[in-house]
Structures are given as C-alpha cells and as structure tokens.
Design a protein around this ligand. Structure first.
Ligand code: HEC
Ligand code: HEC
Length: 449
C-alpha cells in the first residue's frame, strides 16, 4: 500500500464512532422525553455537540493520509469517544436511570453487534476470488500489435534487467545472438534485418539443397523443410502454403523451429551442415505457438520503433487457450540460482547446455563451446604457454572459466581456431550464490569423456 493512501480500517472505525455518537444522542433524547424532570435541551445539547464533533472528525479523516490517520484516530477521536462514554455514564447516574447497564458495557455490546453483523454480511455476499483473473483472459481481443511485439521482447530479453548483466528472457536468444546493427560477437548471426532477409534466403540455391532439400524431413526437429503448410498445426501460419508461396515470416518460423533446415553460412558445424541452435519449441526453451509468434512480431518490428506495419503474424485469438496462460505466467525474475537446486536443474537454469556438451547432464549437447571434460582439460589448459590466468589446479581453473571466461580462450581443435571470445556469458558471477558456485565447480571439475 502506498504511504499516501488512506487506511480503510481507521476510516471505517471513525465512521462507526460517529454512528455510535448518533446512537447515544438518540438514546439520551429518548430518556429525557420519558422523564419530565430531566432537561432535554441540556442533555440533548451536550450529546448533539458530541455528535457534531464526531461527525467533523470523521470528515477530517478523509483528508489525511495513512500515518496521519493513525495518530489522529488514536489521539483525537479516541479521546472524544472516551469523554462521550464518561458523560453518558454521568447522565445515567444523575438522572437515576438505575436499570441501565453501565455505558461502557452498552458500548461494548453495540460495537460487537455491529462487527458481527458486518462479518455476517460480508460472508453472505457472493464469494469472489480475490486473486487477479489470468492475464490471458484480459488480453484476448484487446491486445495491440505494439503490446504483442513487447511480449516478444520480454521472451527474448526478460522483464527485469539487472545492471551489468546481459538481459536474457525465457527464449535465451541473447546468449548467442546480437540484435543491434554491427554488433557481431562471432558465433551466431546478428538478427538485425532478419525480418526482411528471409524472403531472399528462401530463393537461394543453398536454401533449396542444403543441408536437406526442400520437401525433405529434417530429423532433429521432425520438420519438413520449405513446407509451411506441414508445420505442426498449432504453430502454422493461417493460410500457409508450399515453398513457392513461402514468406519471410515462414522463414523465421522455420529457422527457430528447425535450425538445421538451413544453416547460415559460417555459423554451423560439420561444414555448415548442422546448426548449433536449439529447437526453441522443444525443451529446454519450449516456446508455445503464441510465444513464437510474439517473438516473430518483435523481430519484424524492432528495427522500426513505433511502426508495426511490417509485422505479419496475427494477434493471438481466444482459442489459443492454454498457450496464452503460459505466456501470462512469463513474468520473469532475473536468473539466479541459490545452490539448493539439484545440479542438473541448476545447469539447465543457467543455460550452459545450450553451448556445452556436459557428461552427466541429460540433453546437454550444445556445440558452441568446448565439450566440458574438465577433469582432463583443465590441467592441460593451465600448462598451456598461452595461459595467463591465476589458477593452479582444476577447481580453480573451472571457477575462473565460469566467473571470468576471457581469462583464457580455449582452442577449438576441430576447427583449428580459437573459440569466439566473449560468447560465453560474462556475468554468471551475478547469477550464482556462493553455495551455487561451489556446487557447480565441484561438478564441472569431475566431468570427463
Ligand atoms: C545456443 C545458441 C543459440 C540460441 C540460444 C538461439 N540461437 Fe538462433 N541461431 C544460432 C546459430 C548458431 C544460428 C546460425 C545457424 C543457423 O542458421 O541455424 C542461428 C540462426 C537463427 C536464425 C536465422 C538467422 C538468419 O540470418 O537467417 C534466426 C531467425 C534465429 N536464430 C532466431 C533465434 C531466436 C528468436 C532465438 C531465441 C528464441 C534463438 N535464435 C536462440 C544460435 C542460437
Ligand atoms: C553462449 C554460449 C555459452 C554458454 C551459455 C556457456 N558457455 Fe562456457 N564457454 C563457451 C565458449 C565459447 C567457451 C570457450 C571460450 C572461452 O574459453 O571463453 C566456453 C568455455 C567454458 C569453460 C572452459 C572449458 C575448457 O575446456 O577450458 C568452462 C569450464 C565453461 N565454459 C563452463 C560453462 C558453464 C558452467 C556454463 C553455465 C553456467 C557455461 N559455460 C555457459 C560458451 C558458453
């Protein structure tokens, strides 16, 4: 609650006080009427004054903020109430209304009754769930293309950015890709302009024949190349046809659902036959159809801020059901591991398997970085004449490689060139607790082929 907000409790209590003052006033006037020897004017005047003061104080409550309300309530209002009860007691005594219970008890009963009635009333009201409705329900049909592209941005870069840390969302794309014109870190294509260049790629000879031919099935993703109409239905573009009617949007969708259908020159393995990019609709990234389209909407529009005319994906519709709920729950905190997670969960959360093959971790068959066989590799690295780091044993080397990857750049023996410097994220130190780094280093230090 914001500090300048009013507190509903104090406002409610002061209203109850004011109503009580009215009750006391009516009660006193009634007693005076019944007995001739008591002055209605005198007592009515006193209790009427109380009623007015109480009423003004309640009105004043509405002008105050929360902390002021608190002190005003306990300072002024409670004092007024105390005086009222005192004088009410004197009234009963002086007019010898002996059969009455003392005012404090009557007040107590009065407030208890009010509370019970209120509690009963609120319970009787139709019960409404107080948790917010799923966002999906809110955005269907109301979302604009700008918001949809923004969702794509969040999937790629995450919501929360931490200073000094690479922004990364569920899609993990920035682990490998760059997005700004001219920003090339090496191993993966810059996605600037991918919205348009797909349209020409699909006409290239290379596209038609390598590594699989158009119309053939790519085994790793089980997608038929160049056939947007064969894409699994939930991901398919409405109205998609065959290769001759393929659009730039179809190319992006195929690139992310079947990276090895076409491998951008110079960015693949085995002579550009195999893509090191993960299939993003499968674990660990597992984007839903609505999410894939959001990512495409972002890629098609981020180079022209404010202009969404190049976006060709449709806005999500009501029948996307489950997928949209998934998207709604996507508000991500920055990645952080505490060390209490099992080791494979930890490693998958950090994204190491996207780039490394790690023995003992299921599905960790990434190929952008060296195979992590550190039990054997680390001692070799330390002895290398190029090594300028500070490590003297395997654990220290592994720790250094994770916290300061550029201390030593590993040689890629297959390709006979250095692995790209700066590709391994430089900010794991912000994502790991002390325990987590210990656990990770222990595990990685034991890995061997
Ligand atoms: C582990 C690293 C990695 C991750 C994570 C990754 N990619 Fe890629 N991506 C690559 C590599 C390498 C290529 C080039 C080889 C190829 O064509 O498949 C590529 C190619 C592409 C292409 C084709 C580019 C072109 O110029 O034709 C697109 C589009 C693409 N990625 C989008 C994405 C999106 C969107 C994400 C996140 C949801 C993502 N990638 C995540 C490594 C990655
Ligand atoms: C975006 C790709 C990428 C990700 C994600 C990544 N790495 Fe790396 N890693 C590399 C590359 C490329 C190298 C080789 C270049 C270098 O030495 O910096 C490397 C090198 C290493 C080395 C040194 C290997 C050797 O044999 O000397 C270790 C250890 C390592 N990474 C561990 C990890 C761990 C643990 C994680 C997850 C917390 C991780 N990496 C995440 C790309 C990545």
């Amino acid at each position: 609650m914001l500090p300048e907000q009013q507190d509903i409790l104090w406002t409610f209590l002061s209203i109850a006080f004011a109503v009580f003052a009215l009750y006391a006033f009516v009660n006193v006037v009634q007693h005076c009427r019944e007995r001739e020897d008591v002055s209605t004017k005198f007592w009515g005047g006193i209790f009427g004054a109380f009623l007015i003061v109480m009423f003004l104080e309640t009105v004043h409550m509405f002008d105050l903020n929360q902390s002021q309300q608190l002190s005003f309530f306990f300072g002024k209002m409670c004092l007024t109430m105390f005086l009222l009860l005192l004088i009410w007691g004197i009234f009963f005594k002086s007019t010898q209304i002996e059969n009455q219970s003392p005012p404090i008890i009557r007040a107590f009963f009065w407030w208890t009754t009010i509370s019970v009635l209120l509690a009963g009333y609120t319970n009787w009201l139709p019960q409404q769930r107080s948790d917010p409705p799923p966002k999906a329900a809110v955005f269907i049909g109301e979302i604009t293309m700008e918001e949809y592209a923004e969702m794509g941005r969040v999937i790629i870069f995450g919501t929360k950015q931490v200073a000094g840390q690479k922004a990364i969302g569920k899609g993990q794309c920035p682990l490998c890709h760059t997005f700004d014109a001219g920003d090339n870190i090496g191993r993966c294509p810059n996605l600037f302009g991918v919205g348009e260049r797909g349209a020409t790629r699909i006409k290239e000879d290379r596209y038609l024949n390598e590594p699989v031919k158009v119309g053939e099935n790519e085994p790793k993703s089980n997608i038929i190349k160049g056939a947007p109409d064969q894409i699994p239905e939930e991901y398919r573009r409405p109205g998609a046809g065959g290769h001759d009617t393929m659009t730039a949007e179809d190319y992006i969708r195929e690139s992310v659902m079947c990276p090895s259908c076409y491998v951008v020159k110079g960015f693949g393995k085995a002579g550009d036959k195999v893509s090191p990019m993960p299939v993003i609709v499968k674990p660990p990234i597992s984007l839903s159809p609505v999410e894939v389209n959001a990512v495409i909407a972002y890629l098609q529009s981020y180079t022209t801020p404010g202009d969404y005319s190049a976006v060709s994906v449709p806005l999500p519709s009501a029948d996307g059901g489950a997928a949209e709920e998934e998207l709604a729950s996507d508000e991500e905190a920055p990645v952080f591991v505490t060390g209490s997670e099992p080791i494979d969960v930890m490693i998958n959360t950090l994204g190491c398997p996207l780039c490394h093959t790690i023995p003992g971790i299921e599905g960790a068959v990434g190929e952008l970085g060296p195979k992590l066989h550190e039990k054997i590799n680390a001692p070799k690295r330390i002895k290398d004449s190029r090594y300028k780091g500070k490590a003297t044993n395997t654990k220290e080397y592994v720790r250094e490689s994770i916290l300061n990857p550029n201390a030593y750049i590993v040689m890629n023996e297959e390709e006979n060139e250095l692995f790209p410097e700066g590709l391994m994220p430089q900010d794991f130190k912000h994502q790991l607790s002390v325990d987590a780094i210990e656990k990770l280093v222990d595990f990685i230090s034991q890995t061997e082929g």
